[in-house]
Design a binder for this molecule. Structure first.
Ligand SMILES: Nc1ncnc2c1ncn2[C@@H]1O[C@H](COP(=O)(O)OP(=O)(O)O)[C@@H](O)[C@H]1O
Ligand SMILES: [Mg+2]
Length: 258
C-alpha cells in the first residue's frame, strides 16, 4: 500500500535470501534490500564472489537459484515466484554479465522475437528494422551489426553495446545490468553509461540497477543510491559519496561488518 505522496517503487527487494537450486542449504544471498523508485539509478557494488551475479540472476527469476526467504516486488506486485519469461514480458530486463552466443541467429531476428514476446504482438520486419536503425544510430553502432549472429565473435564492447540495444528496443520498466568484473575497458564502460543515459532520457520512469565491481562506471552514470554488497549482504547504503569512499578505501572496510 502507498499513499499519494509516496510513489510505488518500480522494483523492491525485501530481505532476499537465495541459494543454488542444487544446494539450497548453501545460501549465497543472505539479506538484500533494495527500493528503486521510478527514474532512479541504483548501484550495487561488491568485490568478486560477493554474490552480484547471483543477485542479478535471482532478480530475473533464474531457475538456477531458489529464494529461501524474502521477496521481489515489481510495481507493487509480488513476482518472487515468477519465471524469467514472465518477468521479461512484464518489463524486467537483465543484461547478462556473460551474454550467450547464438550462432545462426542474427541480432535483428533475435530482437524481433524478443520484442514480440515482450509486447505480445507480432511486429513486422519493417517496424523492427526502423526501431533498430534508430537506436543503433543513437548508440553509435554500425548498421551492419544487426545482421551479425548474436554475440558470435563479438568483442567485450560489442556484447555490451548489444545488451544496451536490447534494453533500448525492449523498453523495460526496470533494467538490471550485471557488469563484468574484469576485461571491461573504459570504452565499454562508456558504452554502457551512455546507452543507459540515452534510454533514460526517453523513459523518465525507468528504474536501473547497475551491479558492478567498478567505481569507474559511476563517473559516467550518476547513481541516486549506492549499496555495498559483501558476502551476500547489503552492508551499507548511501549516496554518491559512498561510491567515492569505496574508491578510496576499497571493500575491505566492510568485509568484517558482514
Ligand atoms: N549456481 C551456483 N552453485 C554453487 N555456487 C554458486 C552458484 N552461483 C554462484 N555460486 C557461488 O556464490 C558466490 C558468489 O558468486 P557470484 O554471484 O557469481 O559473485 P560475483 O558476481 O559477485 O563475483 C561464489 O562463491 C560462487 O562460486
Ligand atoms: Mg559476477
Amino acid at each position: 500500500m502507498s499513499d499519494a505522496t509516496s510513489p510505488v517503487p518500480v522494483f523492491e527487494v525485501v530481505g532476499l535470501r537465495a541459494a543454488p537450486a542444487e544446494d539450497p542449504d548453501r545460501e549465497i544471498l543472505r539479506g538484500v534490500d533494495l527500493r528503486v523508485l521510478p527514474g532512479e539509478v541504483h548501484a550495487v557494488m561488491g568485490p568478486n564472489g560477493s554474490g552480484k551475479s547471483t543477485l542479478a540472476n535471482t532478480l530475473m527469476g533464474s531457475p538456477e537459484y531458489v529464494v529461501t526467504d524474502g521477496s521481489v516486488r515489481f510495481r507493487g506486485e509480488d513476482v518472487t515466484s515468477w519465471g524469467p519469461d514472465e518477468r521479461g514480458r512484464a518489463g524486467i530486463f537483465l543484461a547478462f554479465q556473460y551474454p550467450q552466443e547464438v550462432p545462426g541467429v542474427p541480432v535483428r531476428q533475435f530482437l524481433r522475437q524478443a520484442l514480440s514476446e515482450r509486447k505480445g504482438i507480432e511486429l513486422s520486419v519493417l517496424e523492427i528494422r526502423i526501431a533498430i536503425m534508430e537506436w543503433m544510430e543513437r548508440l553509435g553502432m554500425d548498421p551492419a551489426f544487426a545482421d551479425r549472429f548474436l554475440n558470435d565473435g563479438f568483442s567485450g564492447g560489442e556484447k555490451k553495446r548489444n545488451e544496451i540495444l536490447q534494453m533500448a528496443i525492449l523498453e523495460p520498466e526496470v533494467a538490471i545490468l550485471d557488469e563484468t568484473d574484469s576485461g571491461l575497458d573504459i570504452d565499454a564502460l562508456r558504452v554502457v553509461a551512455d546507452g543507459v543515459n540515452a534510454v533514460r532520457a526517453d523513459r523518465a520512469d525507468l528504474g536501473v540497477v547497475v551491479i558492478t565491481h567498478y567505481q569507474r562506471l559511476l563517473e559516467y552514470l550518476a547513481p541516486d543510491v549506492v549499496h555495498v554488497l559483501v558476502d551476500g549482504r547489503i552492508v551499507a547504503d548511501g549516496g554518491p559519496d559512498l561510491a567515492r569512499r569505496l574508491e578510496r578505501e576499497g571493500f575491505d572496510a566492510w568485509r568484517n561488518a558482514s
